[in-house]
Design a protein around this ligand. Structure first.
Ligand code: CP
Length: 338
């Protein structure tokens, strides 16, 4: 994708290394706005339709925050029951209508392929905020942006990375999108650890090996001492047919200080797309790691604002004009980067 202007962002398949680097370089320029050091009104008058037909904290609020920080306004629809989809309206009709009210739309929906179907009826760019177990492309971009920053801190790049992905790799759309995006880089080693029933879809494993990367599949925490990134995931209970079935896997792969020290090198960065399931029966990422310097989970969430600001600026064609509309901040803010 050489020109983002007016484009939908539906899948990581749309990206090559150059377009990823373009997003990241624009995201870098957004830090001062995200930290409230200055304001911009470059999207003054623009409206984001923020449609979340499935629960969300980070993606929904960071899309809205990102749009506000660029000077635009946000209109939200949350929950299927608050929309006419509950009355049998089609995604096509919903898209035709809501794209008349908005200049860009971010959307999450529980069905795989739904956001692409919606985009076919939309008159404005649509950004996929997660479609069922399929994809979460903006999460992959913010994860990769985080990996790039963490690696740069240690003097490395993404090429040559060893990433361990752990947990529900079948239904976890964030690992699907991130794994696909990482295949664009060189010599990446993937160690995929999950119960057999929750293993990574074979088409993604094939894309890893077809691109010449090393792939190790295991049901145990093992072979991780050289891993640069430990990417932990939640059992996606909402995708199971019953809670009893999800309960079989809850808590199977926990990470706490003792397990981290036992299995990983001291520089391994701990990531998780969040939410982490902190209930006692799961406790997949223990609070005893909260102050660990390698715990990057809240750097990920902060980076989500930068990456989503970059995507809005690029798709609405203002990435090179943001600073032309700078305004001073008159109020007290003590925000700092995490
Ligand atoms: N990572 C993520 O998608 O979080 P939310 O479900 O809170 O949006």
């Amino acid at each position: 994708m050489s020109d983002f202007t007016g484009q939908h962002i539906l899948s990581v398949n749309q990206f090559d290394r150059a377009s990823i680097e373009r997003v990241f370089s624009v995201a870098d320029t957004m830090q001062a706005y995200a930290l409230r050091k200055k304001r911009t009104t470059v999207l003054d008058g623009a409206i984001l339709g923020n449609l979340f037909f499935e629960p969300s904290t980070r993606t929904r609020v960071s899309f809205g925050t990102a749009f506000n920080l660029l000077g635009g306004e946000v209109r939200e629809t949350t929950g299927m029951s608050n929309s006419a989809l509950a009355k049998g309206e089609s995604l096509y009709d919903t898209a035709r209508v809501l794209s008349g009210y908005s200049d860009i739309i971010a959307m999450r929906h529980p069905a795989s392929g739904s956001v692409t179907e919606f985009a076919q009826g939309s008159r404005v760019p649509v950004i996929n905020g997660g479609d069922g177990a399929n994809e979460h492309p903006t999460q992959a971009l913010l994860d990769l942006y985080t990996i790039a920053k963490e690696r740069a801190f240690h003097g490395s790049g993404i090429d040559g990375l060893h990433i361990a992905m752990i947990g529900d790799l079948k239904f976890g759309r964030t690992v699907h999108s991130l794994a696909k995006m990482l295949t664009l880089f060189k010599n990446v080693k993937f160690t995929l650890i999950s119960p057999k029933e929750l293993s990574m879809p074979s088409y993604i494993c094939d894309s890893i090996t077809n691109a010449g990367h090393e792939l190790v599949i295991s049901e145990q925490l093992e072979g991780l001492v050289e891993a640069d990134i430990c990417y932990q995931t939640r059992i996606q209970e909402e995708r199971f047919t019953s809670q009893d079935e999800a309960n079989k896997y809850r808590g199977k792969f926990r990470l706490n200080q003792q397990i981290y020290t036992q299995h990983f090198k001291s520089q391994t960065v701990i990531m998780h797309p969040l939410p982490r399931d902190s209930r006692a029966e799961a406790n997949e990422l223990d609070n005893d790691l909260n102050l660990h310097p390698n715990l990057a989970i809240f750097r990920q969430t902060d980076n989500g604002v930068l990456v989503r600001m970059a995507l809005f600026a690029l798709t609405l064609g203002v990435a090179d004009k943001v600073a032309d509309f700078d305004r001073p901040v008159h109020w007290f803010s003590n925000k700092s980067s995490t």
